[in-house]
Design a protein around this ligand. Structure first.
Ligand SMILES: Nc1ncnc2c1ncn2[C@@H]1O[C@H](COP(=O)(O)OP(=O)(O)OP(=O)(O)O)[C@@H](O)[C@H]1O
Ligand SMILES: [Mg+2]
Length: 456
């Protein structure tokens, strides 16, 4: 054990204190002595011992009161009671109320040492157990907020995010619009030691330069028309937490200089002031532009880029992680079903899923989320069907349904639909001829087209 174990001895008889003190010190324990119960109460609080050894019967404050205080301060602090025959009953009761053990006087030294050793061991286990529980809670929480996806290109990004999360490192998150940059930024924040503090975000592309500067750095009263009072900038206000700078590529060069300075010096100078204010914030930045390209064009400062780009996470577009489409779809549909508090959980039928798999998703996860949200509103029964999906999704080039790839394990319906589309296309969209080729009645074809949500 790195630190020696501290035992508090409480007894009103100095002779007993002396004897036990020598015995326990001899075993390597750190001993604190309290002469009487009153001193015991004070020392428990001040010394926070690992173990308390107390006599029961003492004038004034009794051992039972010492026990109660110990349990109140730290329920895992073991208390061993020493008792004479006369107070045996109350000692036994005390064990029921949380005392670790009672020793009946006179007791042998070996017996005392064995009990103390066990108490210390149990305490160490309890402390370890508590630490493990905390760790499990932390992991559960991270599982809750873990972004959905199992595609390699995506999980690599998550793993890197998990690695950098506990550091205070600046991270640049790049990726097309809707790929989940903010989701990953929140994930990093949630896993960091700043998780209990705020996650603030600002869109650098949404504000004109002067406003962005006063938002970020703050300003003093009267520094410009309309600055009627002092304003604390986000870099300062987000103190202790994480600040997400979205669309950093839209920031003007002048603001970039100020931001670089703030990051390097860990302080900001509010607009109109000369006094720097200290900054303690972790910065995560996002961009859907190619910043290296912007640097070549002279629109982005390379020094700021290198400062932000300590770690770069690049999120792949959804079309490059198609195996995540069913997972994400399931996740969104479940969530939408819950939000609508339906009696029967909302489902997604096979055709609709096939169409989702087929589509290219230029708007990435956000577009998928929006499409399903819309479909959930339109859904008539308990499932989202093809007909409820937006036209552009439904009308993915039909031949690709056959040629470009059916989903793995397609259902009969999916194959039937693909076949019908293929025939229809081959017949130039003529439904009468298509129904002849298919060998079904035109009215049956109409019904099927309707069901599949196909418009010719
Ligand atoms: N892996 C994921 N798991 C769950 N939801 C996701 C995931 N990725 C994205 N989303 C959802 O998709 C939407 C878009 O994500 P986000 O806002 O993070 O994208 P973005 O990359 O910041 O887009 P933009 O560049 O347009 O700001 C959000 O509603 C988000 O909740
Ligand atoms: Mg975003």
């Amino acid at each position: 054990m790195s630190r020696s174990v501290k035992i508090l001895l409480v007894d009103d008889e100095v002779g007993i204190l002396d004897t036990l003190d020598i015995l326990l010190r001899g075993e390597g324990y750190d001993v604190v002595r309290a002469e009487g119960g009153k001193a015991g109460l004070e020392l428990i609080e001040r010394e926070r011992p690992d173990l308390v050894l107390t006599d029961i019967r003492m004038p004034g404050v009794t051992g039972l009161e010492v026990l109660a205080r110990a349990r109140e301060l730290d329920p895992e602090m073991p208390v061993i009671l020493m008792t004479a025959q006369a107070s045996l009953q109350s000692a036994m009761r005390a064990v029921n109320e949380g005392a670790f053990y009672y020793l009946q006087k006179p007791f042998a030294n070996d017996e005392l040492l064995a009990i103390c050793g066990r108490a210390v061991e149990v305490r160490a286990l309890k402390v370890e157990n508590r630490a493990l529980k905390k760790e499990i809670r932390r992991r559960d929480r991270s599982a809750d907020l873990r972004p959905v996806g199992k595609a390699r290109g995506f999980t690599d990004v998550l793993r890197l995010a998990e690695t950098v999360a506990p550091t205070d490192s600046t991270v640049l998150i790049s990726g097309e619009s809707g790929t989940g940059k903010e989701v990953v930024a929140r994930y990093i924040h949630g896993l960091s030691h700043r998780a209990g503090e705020t996650f603030s975000s600002i869109n650098c592309g949404a504000l004109p330069e002067s406003l962005l500067e006063s938002e970020l750095f703050g300003h003093t009263k009267g520094s410009f028309t309309g600055a009627v009072r002092d304003k604390v900038g986000l870099l300062v206000a987000a103190g202790g937490g994480t600040l997400f700078l979205d669309e950093i590529g839209e920031m003007s060069p002048a603001t970039q200089v100020k931001l670089l300075r703030a990051i390097q010096e860990r302080e900001v100078i509010p607009v109109g002031s000369t006094d720097p204010v200290a900054v303690d914030v972790r910065i995560l930045a996002a961009t859907n532009r190619d910043l290296e390209d912007e640097i070549r064009r002279g629109a982005f400062r390379s020094d700021l880029y290198y400062r932000l780009n300590v770690i770069q996470l690049h999120l792949p577009p959804l079309r490059e992680r198609k195996e995540d489409i069913p997972l994400l779809a399931r996740y969104f549909v479940d969530r939408l079903g819950r939000e609508q508090s339906r009696e029967v959980p909302l489902d997604l039928d096979d055709d609709a899923l096939a169409a989702l798999n087929e589509y290219d998703w230029p708007g990435n996860v956000r577009e998928l989320e929006n499409a399903l949200e819309r479909a959930a509103v339109l859904a008539k029964g308990n499932a989202i069907t093809l007909g409820a999906l937006p036209d552009r999704v439904r009308e993915a080039p039909p031949l690709r349904v056959v040629g470009g790839g059916l989903p793995p394990n397609p259902t009969m319906e999916v194959i039937e639909k693909a076949y019908i589309l293929w025939v229809l296309q081959a017949e130039g969209g003529n439904k009468t001829r298509a129904s002849e080729v298919l060998g079904i009645d035109p009215s049956t074809l109409y019904r099927k087209l309707n069901r599949f949500g196909i418009e010719v």
